[in-house]
Design a protein around this ligand. Structure first.
Ligand code: ARG
Length: 459
């Protein structure tokens, strides 16, 4: 076991199954760049603390750059003994520069190293994922702009409720993503503290300037407590929670569209690029993109619960259980990236059937408007609600839509009904009542478009 980083006190060798069970290189190699970035900064910190001579400092930095280049050019060869990315990079560095490479780990532990690598990785990932969220908001806003005039039924309990604008519905799914962007910013702020210099658990005995080290790596400040720093994975939990929330938002959009694309609704048609067919039924065109988004929201939420279970009741400081963090973080990140890309693509290319949306509007959805009509003529809302209910019942009894009920029948229900009641038998008139901020009237849709656009432009 002499070749292991920790082999000194060992006589026997690791069981081969245990060796594989213990290794994380197959997935943590994803962090090769961040691992080298951390080592470069730490080497500089050691040099500034007079633990490395000018020459040693230069040699190590050059060596680390060569290792980095091997990863970059895909020529880094992982050896069977490379337990994790930290072990692999250190092994290779020593091969390239000799024993002096062993000085990089002075006062450092894989415990503060891995926590730092993960934060660096997550920061980079957030930089990558942010444009995908912005893009999705943009797609929804563009569609809202384009499809502003389309009217459709709004639902509560999946029952026809009140007429709304399709654009208002689209924007209702953009705003949660706007909030998710806000949350992401707050999350980034909390991630951005530097664990490096915490050692295995007790701290760093070599007078390392942790503030300079943190700043060198672009962190806001060093972490406050070494015991906490090596065991803290709140940033992973929060990231997985955040991802789950994004995916849950999109699963709700996806659920609506899965329904809306059914023949029974027929409001939308997915583009061929985001649908698939059946191996048996030739006529089928299935909304797999939306179903997968809905399903993957379950998988991500499972990751959240799974990782919370890993964290629950762990003893203080580092425990190997923590190695599970990377599996969850990487899987979540790649699943979420896919969800965001597919959601944006499917939404951008979706066809809306304006007539089908309009045809789904039925006059009983104007019952609220009947009540508002009476309210505007001075009747208390509760009374008006009852009267509009009577009009609905009458329409059912007569088997005719509201607009075809003779006026004299309406006046029997309330004398406030006059000729001008005909103005409310109009869906456009209905949606245009909701002019107060956040409503479905055109002015409100327009200001939502302005506000959402401003948000993503300034983000
Ligand atoms: N591969 C380990 C992990 O991902 C690195 C830290 C190992 N530390 C240790 N003391 N064994 O968590």
């Amino acid at each position: 076991e002499g070749n292991k980083l920790w082999g000194g006190r060992f006589d026997g060798s690791t069981d081969p199954v245990m060796e594989k069970f213990n290794a994380s290189i197959s997935y943590d190699k994803t962090m090769w760049k961040q691992d080298i970035q951390g080592s470069i900064a730490y080497t500089t910190a050691l040099h500034k603390a007079n633990l490395l001579s000018e020459d040693e400092h230069k040699t190590i930095l050059t060596g680390l750059q060569s290792v980095e280049k091997e990863w970059f050019t895909n020529t880094f060869i992982i050896q069977p003994g490379d337990e994790d990315i930290h072990t692999a990079n250190e092994r290779r560095l020593k091969e390239l520069v000799g024993d002096v490479g062993g000085k990089v780990h002075t006062g450092r532990s894989r415990n503060d190293q891995v926590a730092t690598d993960m934060k660096l990785w997550l920061r980079d990932h957030i930089t990558h994922i942010t444009p995908h969220l912005i893009q999705l908001v943009q797609v929804l806003v563009n569609r809202a702009e384009r499809d502003k005039t389309i009217l459709m039924p709004g639902y509560t309990h999946l029952q026809r409720a009140q007429p709304i604008r399709w654009s208002h519905w689209l924007l209702s799914h953009a705003w949660p993503i706007v909030s998710d962007l806000d949350r992401l910013k707050a999350l980034y702020h909390r991630i951005n503290t530097c664990p490096l210099g915490s050692g295995a658990l007790a701290g760093n005995p070599f007078n390392i300037d942790r503030v300079a080290l943190a700043h060198h790596l672009g962190f806001r400040e060093p972490t406050n407590n070494s015991l906490h720093a090596v065991s803290d994975r709140d940033f992973v939990v929060e990231y997985i929670f955040w991802s789950s929330l994004v995916s849950i938002h999109l699963s709700r959009l996806a659920e609506d569209l899965t329904l809306f694309s059914s023949r029974e609704f027929g409001f939308v048609q997915l583009s061929d690029a985001y649908a698939t067919g059946s191996s048996l039924m030739p006529q089928k065109k299935n909304p797999d993109s939306f179903e997968l988004i809905r399903g993957k929201a379950g998988t991500l939420t499972g990751n959240l619960c799974g990782f919370l279970m890993v964290m629950k009741g762990l003893p203080s400081t580092y425990n190997k259980d923590l190695q599970e963090d990377k599996v969850k973080m990487f899987e979540t990140a790649s699943t979420l990236t896919g969800i965001l890309q597919v959601a944006a693509g499917a939404m951008d290319t979706l066809k809306v059937d304006e007539n089908a949306c309009l045809k789904a509007l039925s006059e009983e959805m104007l019952a609220t408007d009947v009540a508002y009509y009476l309210v505007k003529k001075g009747m208390p809302f509760r009374t008006a609600h009852g009267k509009a209910g009577e009009v609905t019942r009458l329409s059912e009894q007569l088997g005719c839509p509201f607009s075809k009920i003779p006026l004299e029948q309406l006046t029997k229900i309330s004398s406030l009904f006059t000729e001008d009641v005909s103005t409310i038998w109009n869906f456009e008139h209905s949606v245009e009542q909701y002019k107060a901020q956040g409503g479905t009237a055109l002015t409100s849709v327009n200001s939502q478009i302005t506000d959402a656009t401003a948000f993503i432009t300034n983000f």
